[in-house]
Design a protein around this ligand. Structure first.
Ligand SMILES: [Mg+2]
Ligand SMILES: [Zn+2]
Length: 204
């Protein structure tokens, strides 16, 4: 679920920060809430499968990526577990619904990595730490040069940069607020995941 600290530390040291992407994308690392699904309108976490609502076009974006042979990993902070708000089993059930419905649509999510820790646990996997992304890259077998991260929050962008991969911002979820406040230049911004994946696939 989360990487152990020592191998991750090694990986971090080996990464080149913010490389230019000149290679075709073979692996997309996705944030979950606000990218794939709507954030919980009541403001809390999505802790039950029936709270899952796909963002417009997100599933067809996954299908498009899968059809292009691009591997898909999900990396998600779920501090609701560490805070005692939800169990790992509950969050697994939500993620199982996501994976199953993506699969029914024709997309293949290869892995879902979550950080279950609370903010003061000082783990290496909670974004903006790069641990989850580095683990996804390692497990995928695809190099950082062929991987991009898509997220809606500043911590997604920071985590991607700390992992040494290119970040893409979408305007769904927290994305519009992030776009307004983001002080980092040179990041591609798209209205939603579908527009982002269409651009990535067209680049190939
Ligand atoms: Mg998000
Ligand atoms: Zn963690």
């Amino acid at each position: 679920m989360c990487g152990t600290s020592s191998p991750l530390t090694t990986h971090i040291a080996e990464r080149i920060v913010n490389p230019e992407v000149t290679e075709p994308v073979q692996h997309i690392v996705l944030d979950r809430d606000g990218v794939l699904n709507r954030e919980n309108p009541s403001g809390g976490w999505v802790t039950q499968p029936d709270q899952w609502v796909w963002e417009e076009g997100a599933r067809s974006a996954l299908v498009l990526a899968s059809s292009a042979g691009i591997k898909l990993s999900i990396v998600s902070n779920q501090s609701c577990i560490g805070r005692g708000v939800a169990t790992i089993a509950a969050i697994d059930a939500v993620n199982q619904r996501m994976v199953r419905e993506a699969e029914e649509a024709g997309a293949s999510i290869e892995r879902v990595l979550i950080c279950p820790h609370a903010p003061d646990d000082a783990c290496e996997c909670r974004k903006p730490a790069p641990g989850l992304i580095l683990e996804a890259v390692r497990e995928s077998g695809v190099s950082v040069a062929h991987t991009v991260m898509v997220g809606d929050a500043e911590r997604d962008i920071e985590a991607a940069h700390r992992a040494g991969i290119t970040a893409i911002l979408v305007r769904t979820g927290k994305g519009r607020d992030t776009e307004a406040s983001l002080a980092i230049a040179g990041i591609d911004v798209f209205d939603d995941l579908k527009a982002a994946v269409q651009a990535l696939v067209a680049k190939e």
